[in-house]
Design a protein around this ligand. Structure first.
Ligand code: SAM
Length: 221
């Protein structure tokens, strides 16, 4: 999926990301070489900054793939005793992600759960102060978007931040009519923008990020 920012600007922005070295750089290079879907360095840095700005201590990611975005999230919490839980339904990818996080020094910070994201969200009651959703693309029915969103709201702590990837879907969310493939993102964005306990902003980062902060009802201006 092409980015929505001008290619020249994308390249320039890439040059502003702190250098990745050692095993981190190797994981990045492997993901690119093997064609593993991943958020890439610029969005990774944005995500890491968002988690750090939110002072996140307990992060949940749904849709790990081989752990590239998880590295950026783990990096945000590793310095202050935070934790990352990341859920991936593909057993091979989950195992690679576990190994990648360990080789980058995040084995004690991050837990890779092999399983279905819906089942994980339904199966617990603890809350997370930062949730990164990177699996809306796998949802085939609109009702699954609603269910996923509701489950995330159930597990999002007061003041917590909910981030969803591909929110602009190559800019197709702005097309009239909206192409079928983009409709699930339009649905997610609508839910996030309309929820009375969320303050949501859509950022044109790579393929788009929907960033929502859970606010107390009384504090909405
Ligand atoms: C776009 S990739 C994730 C990329 C990763 N976040 C990164 O940037 O490095 C989406 C992943 O979500 C996983 N996935 C799809 N549906 C899922 C579900 N219901 N539960 C858990 N994982 C799921 C897919 O197997 C795939 O590896």
């Amino acid at each position: 999926m092409p980015g929505i920012t001008d290619a020249k600007v994308e390249r320039w922005l890439l040059g502003t990301v702190p250098p990745r070295t050692g095993e981190f750089a190797a994981v990045e290079e492997e993901a690119v070489r093997q064609g593993i879907p991943c958020i890439g360095p610029y969005e990774g840095h944005v995500l890491s900054q968002l988690a750090a700005l939110a002072a996140a201590r307990d992060i949940l990611e749904i849709g790990t793939a081989t752990g590239y975005s998880a590295l950026w999230l783990a990096r945000a919490v590793a310095g202050h005793g935070g934790r990352l839980t990341t859920v991936e339904r593909d057993p091979t990818r989950a195992a690679v992600a576990r190994a990648n996080l360990a080789r980058c020094g995040f084995g004690a910070v991050a837990t890779v759960v092999e399983g279905d994201g819906f089942a994980f969200l339904e199966g617990g009651t603890s809350s997370f102060d930062f949730i990164f959703l990177d699996m809306v693309s796998a949802l085939e029915q609109m009702a699954q978007v609603d269910r996923l969103f509701d489950l995330c709201m159930r597990r999002l702590a007061p003041g917590g931040v909910l981030v969803s990837d591909n929110a602009l879907h190559a800019g197709q969310v702005a097309d009239v009519p909206v192409p079928l493939g983009a409709q699930r993102y339009v649905r997610y964005n609508r839910l996030a923008l309309a929820h009375p306990e969320l303050d949501t902003v859509l950022l044109p980062v790579r393929d788009g990020l929907a960033v929502s902060r859970r606010i107390a009802l009384a504090s909405r201006g």
